[in-house]
Write a protein that binds this ligand. Structure first.
Ligand code: ATP
Length: 635
């Protein structure tokens, strides 16, 4: 993405997109922007002084040139000549020194402001609800955290500074020019548009090309992201799309180089025009100055004319920059606006002010008359009622999309109910301290998420101070310790990008171990719908069976073996609990469960048995290994 702020070619032109998204610049917005600067007002005053002094100092050598020529060279006075040369050098040196100090303080302020903003934004985002993350584009969120906030830095280090230093330079140069000779000063002002207009025109062409090149670049990145990611590559390979992907890439790449060449050449023409035009101004001053000096005004000196020419050169850049400042200003405000938009998003799931932390916790859960919807148009859960006593377990079954995972989301308050209540150990979850509640609920979700690190690091995420013994015990309980022991580096084995070096079953078992380390009062196991092979499956089953016997658990189940492990079964259909009870009674009832049993569980069970008979010669270790390895490929 293009950097939103900058003085690159054509930075002075707004895109259609930017024009459409122009913020209303109101007093409260400006006040809010400046509220970020006020804590650093002392440093800002220092920067202002530095900018003012260095702007004046930068112009002084041009003014001293007149003295060097008139008093030193034409006046043939060596002492004065040396004095003015030394003074001129000293002033230039001082201006640069002050410039260094100014940019240090300026960068310091900008970095501190963006540091504050980044932290505030990160904290705010951490508090945002799951709804925010599911409905917003991840790239957009990251752009606000990175590019937008970086943009703020350049607003401070360049836009604000540019307004100030250019205004001062321009005012001082114009005063000095008028004091030397008002006629020549007026001529100087008259030629400024000669320089400014071509600059703007060339800038616009380059800007259009730069934007086209950026779009092209985005397209290239898109292709790379799609095709060079792990899953993208898998798709390309399996569908034999290598040739087509290469051709697609080559086409965009080709467009890219053409645009780049065009852009560079537009730059070259620009400099030819620029250099020709900029030399017209000084020549005009020499001509008119010469005529004035020779024919009319005997007080006008060679030095004066030289000073005027030098000062004229110094006005080009400030005029150009100040003409663009409105666009820069608009962009800066748009940037702040985008950031404030995020800051102003309400935190949906609020931690209650005096959240309760009950001492004992059995993990009991009760849903009473719960209604819930992700979007107002579509209700997902309808009048859901159930009670799970501490120490018991329940299975939730139902067709895909019936709302099973949604029920789970409401317990650790990833979302809040629309009406009704969810009680945890008898207390409405909205009254419990959020951290307390989430520490008591452990979820092994369908999509196991492992960080790119070692198995140990992934486990320690749940309990940073866990001892080696605790880690081993959790892994044993989760039935994954044998696998870890067989790895060369044991617990320090890398799991790969998002755990992709492991099979689905291994990942699941590591995530079970991770949840066990957390030691929650309530364990929720959202069974993966994707078919694991029967050996992986039975290993997971062996792991969870004893676990659910010893703590309160909710199992979202797709397999008969898991369902049978639970004390009670709840059947969900279209967001409503339509049946509940024991397996035998439910099968006999002839309702939704019977249908599920006939179409799903029974067939899966038969398939598992068949596979077991074929694949497991008495549970040999080799067969297990090969099943695990095959599964890796599927992942
Ligand atoms: P499965 O067995 O396939 O995992 P499920 O019973 O767990 O399904 P849920 O994930 O609870 O079903 O989804 C219930 C309904 O809510 C689905 O129709 C789904 O499209 C919708 N849904 C789920 N998550 C969201 C979300 N974040 N925003 C909007 N709608 C959602």
């Amino acid at each position: 993405m293009a950097h939103p702020i900058g003085h690159g070619p054509g930075a002075q032109f707004m895109t259609e997109e930017e024009k459409a998204a122009q913020p209303k610049i109101t007093l409260p917005l400006i006040k809010r922007v400046f509220s970020y600067l006020t804590p650093y007002w002392k440093q800002l005053v220092l920067v202002l002084i530095c900018i003012a002094v260095s702007s004046v100092f930068t112009l002084l050598p041009s003014i001293l040139t007149g003295k060097i020529i008139d008093d030193g060279l034409i006046g043939r006075n060596l002492r004065l000549l040396i004095f003015y040369i030394v003074a001129s050098l000293a002033v230039t040196f001082a201006a640069n020194l002050i410039g260094v100090a100014e940019s240090y303080i300026n960068t310091w302020i900008a970095q501190h402001i963006t540091f504050d903003m980044r932290n505030k934004m990160f904290k705010h985002l951490q508090n945002m609800s799951q709804r925010f993350f599911t409905s917003n584009n991840q790239g957009d969120i990251i752009t606000r955290m990175t590019s937008d906030i970086d943009g703020v830095e350049s607003v401070i280090t360049s836009t604000f500074k540019s307004i100030l230093s250019n205004s001062i330079t321009l005012i001082v140069a114009l005063i000095a020019m008028f004091r030397k000779n008002w006629i020549l000063a007026l001529i100087g002002i008259a030629v400024i548009p000669l320089f400014v207009l071509p600059t703007r025109r060339a800038g616009k062409t380059r800007w259009t090309l730069t934007r086209e090149a950026q779009d092209c670049n985005d397209e290239v990145n898109g292709i790379l992201n799609e095709t060079l990611s792990v899953s993208g590559q898998l798709l390309v390979k399996l569908f034999c799309r290598e040739k087509q992907e290469y051709e697609r890439y080559e086409k965009v790449n080709d467009r890219m180089i053409r645009l780049n060449i065009k852009e560079r050449m537009a730059g070259r023409w620009f400099f030819v025009v620029l250099h020709t035009v900029t030399s017209i101004g000084p020549m005009l001053l020499y001509l008119v100055g010469g005529i004035l000096m020779m024919k009319h005004d005997s007080s006008l000196t060679v030095g004066d004319i030289t000073v005027l020419v030098a000062l004229l050169g110094k006005t080009y850049m400030p005029v150009n920059s100040l003409l663009n400042i409105q666009v820069d200003w608009m962009r800066s405000m748009a940037l702040f606006n985008r950031i404030f938009e995020y800051f102003d998003m309400p935190v949906e799931i609020n931690n209650p002010r005096f959240g309760l932390h009950p001492d004992t916790c059995t993990g009991a859960v009760e849903f009473s008359r719960v209604n819930f919807s992700y979007d107002p148009e579509r209700q997902i859960l309808k009048n859901v009622n159930f009670k799970l006593e501490g120490g018991h377990s329940m299975a939730i079954v139902g067709p895909s999309g019936s709302g099973k995972s949604t029920i789970i989301n409401l317990i650790p308050r990833l979302y809040d109910v629309d009406s009704g209540s969810v009680r945890f150990d008898g207390t409405d979850v909205r009254k419990l301290d959020l951290e307390y509640l989430r520490s008591k609920v452990g979820v092994v979700s369908q999509e196991t998420y492992l960080f790119n690190g070692t198995i140990r690091e992934n486990l320690l995420y749940a309990k940073p101070d866990a001892t080696e013994e605790e880690l081993i015990e959790a892994c044993k309980k989760a039935n994954i310790y044998d696998f870890i022991e067989n790895q060369e580096t044991g617990l320090d084995t890398m799991v790969g990008n998002r755990g992709l070096k492991l099979s689905g079953g291994e990942k699941q078992r590591i995530s079970i171990a991770r949840v066990l380390l957390k030691d929650p009062a309530l364990l929720i196991f959202d069974e993966a719908t994707s078919a694991l092979d029967s050996i992986s499956e039975s290993k997971i089953q062996d792991a969870i069976d004893p676990i659910i016997k010893e703590r309160t658990s909710i199992l979202i189940a797709h397999r008969l073996s898991t369902i049978l492990a639970a004390d009670e079964i709840y059947v969900l259909k279209d967001g409503e609990i339509v049946e509940h009870g024991q397996h035998k009674d439910l099968v006999a009832a002839g309702g939704v469960y019977t249908e599920l049993y006939e179409t799903q569980f029974k067939r899966a069970e038969a398939f598992e048995k068949e596979q077991d008979a074929e694949e497991t010669p008495e549970g040999s270790a080799e067969a297990e290994e090969s099943a695990e390895t095959e599964n890796k490929g599927e992942e």
